[in-house]
Design a protein around this ligand. Structure first.
Ligand SMILES: C[S@@+](CC[C@H](N)C(=O)[O-])C[C@H]1O[C@@H](n2cnc3c(N)ncnc32)[C@H](O)[C@@H]1O
Length: 355
């Protein structure tokens, strides 16, 4: 199935909505209707001839979603009506979506269009993207299966020397990666688990060889390596604070990793289709965590995914406290949701628990 989405918007306060916001609204629209999340094309259009061509020229398209078409306001009512009727008769399945409304037929949209001033002046401006809001912060699990498959001896981790071990671990240097088990991984090697996770991420976000992807806190780049091998022509980048991890990263991706901190991501706005971060941001103190979440939103033009540690009850909290070496964020799921909302992070997330 091939879907084309066409966006036509007026300017609001002098700007069009950012492309990534439009893409999120469209993604949610498609998902909520059980349609595949394939944004074949999104274009900003207000020319009826171009719109006609968009539908006619591109063969094999089964669904066209017009977003905000009611706002094409430089057309006369009769031109608008003719265009909508033309589209409604085409072979493709046509969806009309406005921020607040879903139109099942061309007739409904035309009826609304004749009253467009009301949409633009009251309804439209008073709308807080209800569909978009629903799309925020979905739980998407990629790593829980692996996390649960490891057995952990929590008590063995709760040694008296733990504070000293933690201080060493927090340098994210050799002790953390390839030193003793007390101060970190005890030898961080590629055990083959990342392939399946990379494939799941690609499938979920509809990534392809044209996609650009950033992994924040990518460690030795094992997941990046799998993403690169599955999508050899995609733009794959990592950001990592640890020089040791970069120096010992998989040679296939070393050149893709930039040294830096998650709270100051050294890339321009809207640089990546997907920005994700696995088991990294809970290592930050709260002010840096907020900055890092804002940074994820800033550099992503479409999707974000975040995996962090959490707990749901006192047992999980105790286990987490005994197990962790570098964690600074001990938050319940509702606290995480509060942080997402306060920081403006709208992406997906996964919380892992220690049972
Ligand atoms: C538990 S490891 C996770 C590594 C990798 N994402 C994974 O899933 O295997 C935590 C990672 O966060 C990195 N890190 C910690 N603080 C960071 C920061 N402020 N900015 C960027 N990376 C950071 C560490 O160096 C380490 O690579």
């Amino acid at each position: 199935m091939k879907i084309k989405t066409i966006i036509s918007t007026n300017k609001l306060l002098g700007c069009h909505y950012p492309q990534r916001i439009q893409s999120l609204i469209l993604r949610n629209y498609l998902e909520s209707r059980g349609l595949p999340n394939v944004l074949h094309v999104t274009s900003l259009l207000d020319d009826p001839d171009i719109i006609r061509r968009e539908v006619l020229v591109d063969e094999g398209i089964t669904i066209v979603v017009f977003f905000s078409m009611g706002q094409v306001n430089n057309l006369s009512v009769s031109d608008f009506e003719a265009l909508v009727n033309f589209l409604a008769k085409s072979q493709t399945e046509i969806h009309f979506a406005l921020e607040a409304e879903i139109f099942k037929s061309a007739k409904e949209l035309i009826a609304l269009r004749s009253n467009l001033n009301i949409v633009e002046n009251s309804k439209f401006r008073s709308i807080e993207y209800p569909e978009f809001k629903k799309a925020e912060n979905k739980v998407v699990n990629f790593v829980t299966k692996n996390h649960l498959s490891s057995k952990r001896d929590y008590q063995a981790r709760a040694k008296d020397e733990k504070p000293e071990y933690a201080a060493l671990a927090k340098k994210f240097d050799k002790d953390y990666w390839d030193g003793s088990r007390d101060t970190g991984y005890g030898g961080y090697v590629d055990d083959g688990r990342w392939r399946e996770i990379a494939q799941k991420i690609i499938n979920h976000y509809g990534l392809n060889d044209h996609s650009s992807i950033l992994d924040i806190g990518c460690g030795k780049g094992f997941l990046l390596k799998e993403l690169k091998s599955l999508l050899p022509n995609a733009t794959i980048m990592g950001l990592e604070i640890s020089k040791y991890a970069i120096d010992h990263s998989s040679p296939k991706v070393t050149d893709c990793i930039v040294q830096g901190c998650a709270s100051e991501v050294p890339f321009p706005d809207n640089s990546f289709d997907l920005v994700f971060s696995n088991m990294t941001l809970h290592n930050l103190y709260l002010p840096e965590l907020f900055k890092a979440l804002k940074e994820m939103e800033r550099v992503s033009r479409n999707s974000c995914w975040l995996g962090v540690e959490s707990y749901q009850d006192e047992r999980q909290k105790w286990n987490l406290m005994r197990w962790q070496l570098t964690c600074e964020c001990f938050f319940t799921p509702s606290e995480w949701q509060w942080i997402f909302s306060e920081s403006g992070y709208r992406g997906d997330y996964e919380l892992i628990y220690f049972d």
